[in-house]
Design a protein around this ligand. Structure first.
Ligand code: GTP
Ligand code: GTP
Ligand code: MG
Ligand code: MG
Lengths: 278, 291
């Protein structure tokens, strides 16, 4: 839409519609448009190339970037707690993360702490075998906190580098399920006081403004360190993460780009911003 | 809430006789904003606001309600009308087994809904069989088998096979077990994945299901129209299921999907258990979208 046009109200309105259609949301879109309009005026822009670059820069700039821990003495094991609402891609993303760490030569332990959903344990087991990672599980219906407890004790005694905990999908509005999550976190802290070292919230790029409500509730319950944004290989743009990063201070760590085990990329705010305009 | 927000923009209506373009302009902006925040697709929201403008302009200002209430009622009634009558009839007549095919994006809740549908049909005196036609997702077949076992509903599955073949063989299996409804659970897929969409077209062509249901996540945002229209174009599905509506998503996808496909929403998922199923209530949906 930027090709060889002049910057007028029609174009600005089209840009606004494009952002809305990318799930950026009304107030965040307004914020972005106001910043852009001010800059266009101040710098007297007249080419759409300049406008496009400005938009990309503004949007990319709204993302909090995590300061990479120098990890001179990485915690051992490093515990990663993966949470999120139903069907967002937690289990699949854990498999992808496990592969990355495995390829770095790390000893990875997976924890099948979704003891509720049919065949959740079997699903993670298959992924564990594909990665070549060990997995700790109990039976379906077991207390997820008990699984976590056993897994962390095993991780310590077996000298694992990375522990990744898969949890059951849960709607953030279900108080008892959020309490269950808090209990799991307390148990994690009991066994390894500094853990979980990283709590990752998995968000589905096809979800609209509800992603913001989800993020707030999960932050409130157990705290969140970063986001994995999945299913960005579809046509959804995942624009809700702009507000989540900018207003809630959450970095996006990874994006999921498919159903295969290597379909995970570190988040790149510039690529993301470009993607909004494709 | 919307009524309260509109009151502020409608103060100028006090003492006016009619709703005019001018005195409702701000209200329409507020309504549009509310619809977008509810995840209604922006094009659909624009069309909708236009309908409201046409309905509202020229109306007499009703004295017994506040101007905000009056506009909200116009909006609410229009939403209810657009979302269609409550209807969850499934085409299940003809030589048994009747065949229902489920399709949709990854993780939308198809497998869970398959179990809910089996439960629903059995309560109505039918004898359903579940068919595990997802050969890709790790442990997908086991997932359906566990759900079937919990409900005491037979599950048809095949090792080392392909979806069209599995579905074809399930028809014979259903007749052998005197099952009169087959529920085909398919793998989640992207509407832009040509090969996978072709697979669904092949199943439809070979198996000729009487009923095809598009299962969509109730929290879906603006993208709802893209997936829904592609699935409609390729499969001409009969109805829509909206899942995970036990959360706090406003559910604007319901209006978007309805408008862009003109297909009824037949069921709503309201939980993870097999009994967590409702038929669609347009009134409730309208109130929810309006927040
Ligand atoms: N296209 C695409 N599909 C994905 C991606 N990530 C996950 N999926 C698919 O989404 C579906 C759900 O993935 P799961 O990993 O089971 O999701 P989950 O969050 O663990 O689900 P629950 O445990 O039931 O809450 C599966 O069909 C995955 O293959 C992605 O990045 N792109
Ligand atoms: N709260 C809630 N959870 C639901 C509902 N429907 C499905 N789920 C959950 O959503 C997740 C995904 O459900 P599935 O049935 O595996 O989804 P699917 O569409 O078959 O996934 P794929 O086969 O990977 O595409 C599971 O955790 C389900 O328990 C619902 O109505 N409410
Ligand atoms: Mg899972
Ligand atoms: Mg499934």
């Amino acid at each position: 839409i930027f090709f060889a046009r002049k910057i007028d109200d029609d174009l600005l309105e089209e840009i606004e519609d494009l952002l809305i259609s990318g799930d950026v949301g009304v107030s965040t879109t307004q914020e972005i448009m106001e910043r852009v309009k001010r800059q266009v005026k101040r710098k007297n822009y007249d080419s759409t190339e300049q406008l496009f670059d400005l938009l990309k820069t503004e949007i990319a700039g709204m993302f909090i970037t995590r300061l990479q821990p120098t990890d001179l003495h990485p915690p051992k094991p490093r515990v990663i707690f993966v949470i999120g609402v139903n069907g967002t891609g937690k289990t699949t993303s854990i498999a992808k993360l496990a592969l990355r760490y495995h390829q770095q030569g790390k000893q990875v332990l997976l924890v099948a702490a979704d003891t509720f959903r049919a065949a959740a344990i079997e699903q993670l087991q298959i992924w564990a075998e594909r990665v070549g990672a060990e997995m700790i599980k109990h039976h379906e219906g077991a207390d997820p906190s008990a699984v976590v407890y056993d897994a962390l004790e095993a991780a310590k005694s077996r000298q694992k580098d990375i522990v990744i905990i898969d949890t059951a999908g849960r709607l953030h509005t279900k108080i008892n399920l959020m309490e269950e999550l808090k209990k799991m976190q307390r148990v994690i802290q009991k066994v390894i006081p500094e853990a979980p070292h990283q709590t990752l919230l998995v968000l589905d790029a096809t979800t609209g403004q509800n992603s913001i409500s989800q993020s707030k509730q999960f932050i409130d319950a157990v705290g969140v360190d970063g986001i994995i944004l999945t299913k960005l290989d579809g046509t959804a743009k995942g624009g809700a993460v702009i507000a989540i990063s900018y207003e809630l201070g959450l970095p996006v760590d990874y994006v999921g780009l498919g159903e295969k085990i290597d379909d995970l990329e570190p988040f790149d705010p510039n690529l993301f911003a470009e993607g909004l305009f494709q | 809430d919307l009524t309260a927000k509109l009151e502020a923009t409608l103060k100028k209506l006090r003492g006016q006789g009619k709703l005019t373009e001018d005195n409702i302009a701000d209200s329409l902006k507020e309504i549009r904003r509310s619809l977008l925040e509810a995840d209604v697709n922006y094009r659909i929201a624009k069309e909708f606001i236009e309908r409201i403008r046409q309905k509202a302009v020229g109306e007499e200002v009703i004295r017994s309600v506040t101007p905000g209430q009056q506009i909200v009622k116009i909006v609410h009634d229009e939403l209810v009308e657009l979302m269609g009558k409550s209807q969850s009839d499934l085409k299940l007549s003809g030589i048994p087994p009747a065949i229902i095919m489920l399709c949709g994006l990854q993780g939308s809740g198809k497998t869970t809904f398959a179990a809910k549908l089996a439960n629903f049909l059995r309560k109505k005196g039918r004898h359903p069989m579940l068919v595990a036609a997802d050969i890709y997702r790790p442990a997908a077949i086991q997932q359906l088998q566990i759900l079937g076992k919990n409900l005491n509903v037979p599950v048809y599955a095949e090792e080392n096979s392909v979806p069209v073949q599995i579905c074809r063989s399930s028809i014979k299996a259903a007749r052998e077990k005197s099952c009169d409804v087959l529920i085909l659970d398919t793998a989640g897929r992207l509407h832009i994945d040509q090969e996978m969409m072709q697979e669904l077209e092949n199943i439809k062509k070979e198996i000729t299901p009487q009923e095809i249901l598009f299962v969509a996540d109730g929290m879906t945002g603006q993208d709802a129209v893209n997936a829904a229209s592609q699935f409609l174009e390729r499969l001409d599905f009969h109805g829509v299921v909206l899942t995970k509506m036990d959360g706090d998503a406003r559910g604007g996808a319901a209006l978007s999907i309805r408008q862009v496909t003109n297909r009824p929403i037949k069921f709503v998922g309201i939980g993870e258990k097999p009994d967590a199923l409702e038929t669609f209530h347009p009134e409730r949906m309208a109130s929810r979208i309006l927040g």
